[in-house]
Design a protein around this ligand. Structure first.
Ligand code: PBG
Length: 338
């Protein structure tokens, strides 16, 4: 007697029968070459300070960078993205565009150590300002704008200067992250005016006002001293607005687009991928996403390598070409032994 099963002509399980078959029909492949590793750089010497809320992630002083970037390149990771912790903070975040600022020093040290490693710089003001906001804030009680409001066009002048300063120090790509209207256009014009027409802009085009940035603000010492970032970062409820933001960035000359965070926003990533198939798309697997996995793994609740590779593969499957992730070094190691 035939069982019901034997009458099935179509059996998807056939292609899952062996490891070899599964590998042959795999649709998404994660590689170390897809990953970008964030680095936090601080003043001082001989510093390698672990961040309390991000186990395995450190603030490095410039003298520690050579060994670190050699290891990153050796693992097959093509790029790093830099965040600086300045010596002093002020209203304009002036160390951000100082020729000898922490990021400028770090760029030079990395390019000297491993010239082929791509150096991306985060262009924002929050780590550099005494108030912790991503721009120049309104202090005029008599203006039409609320006190503490991030002033759009005055901020553009500063971040354009920052981007040029990073390019002059040797950055390969600049990545404005403040969600300030017109940031891509202003930076493009400033770079071109300073003969950096060859320097690409990776725009944090779709960046949500997310609670998942909590651990990063420990790492970069950048929490806002009052208020929040909701007047410039996006509302987590919106996705059509993401298409408006990316279309604007494309029109202003962005070379690469980003969606951030990653895992709670895979639908956004997918929609942006469909809307802009012509541009490289980056996803930022942010600090909170990292710390959740680390905390669960430390408790023995998750198999960390499997969970990390599954999550990163999911981000790629949703549409990302490249993923900025604190897991990059470990993931590259796990991928090479798979
Ligand atoms: C802004 C910036 C932030 C992150 C990257 N660039 C923080 C913020 O917007 O508050 C967060 C990244 C992360 O959480 O890993 N300079």
């Amino acid at each position: 007697m035939k069982t019901k099963d034997q009458k099935l002509a179509v059996r998807p399980r056939r292609l899952r029968f062996s490891a070899g078959l599964r590998k042959m029909v795999r649709e998404t492949e994660l590689n170390a070459a897809d990953l970008i590793y964030p680095l936090f750089i601080c003043h001082g010497e001989n510093i390698r300070a672990e961040i309390r809320s991000m186990p395995g992630i450190y603030q490095f002083s410039v003298d520690q960078l050579k060994a670190e970037v050699e290891e990153i390149a050796q693992l097959g990771i093509p790029a790093v993205i830099l965040f600086g912790i300045p010596a002093a903070k002020d209203a304009e975040g002036s160390e951000n565009f100082a020729p000898d600022g922490i990021i400028q020093q770090a760029i030079r040290a990395i390019k000297a150590a491993v010239p082929d490693l791509i150096v991306i710089t985060d262009v924002c003001m929050c780590e550099y300002t005494d108030h912790g906001h991503c721009g120049i804030i309104n202090t005029d009680r008599h203006s039409n704008l609320p006190e503490g409001y991030v002033l759009n066009d005055r901020t553009l002048d500063v971040i354009a200067k920052v981007a040029v300063s990073h390019a002059q120090a040797g950055a390969d790509i600049v990545a404005p992250s403040g969600m300030i209207d017109g940031m891509v256009g202003a930076i493009r014009a400033a770079l071109d005016g300073a003969s950096f027409e060859h320097t690409p802009i990776l725009s944090y085009s779709v960046k949500y006002a997310s609670a998942f940035y909590g651990p990063f603000r420990d790492a970069a010492e950048s929490p806002p001293q009052f208020g929040d970032r909701k007047t410039h970062q996006m509302d987590p409820s919106n996705v059509r607005e993401a298409l408006r933001e990316t279309a604007l960035d494309v029109a202003e000359g962005a070379d690469m687009l980003m969606v951030k965070p990653a895992l709670p926003y895979l639908d956004v990533l997918y929609r942006v991928r469909q809307a802009h198939p012509e541009l490289p798309l980056v996803a930022y697997n942010v600090s909170g996403e990292y710390s959740m996995v680390k905390a669960a793994a430390a408790n023995g609740w998750l198999d960390e390598p499997k969970v990390v590779l599954e999550a990163l593969t999911g981000i790629k499957r949703a549409g990302a070409d490249l993923i900025i992730t604190y897991h990059a070094k470990e993931a590259a190691r796990w991928l090479s032994t798979q």
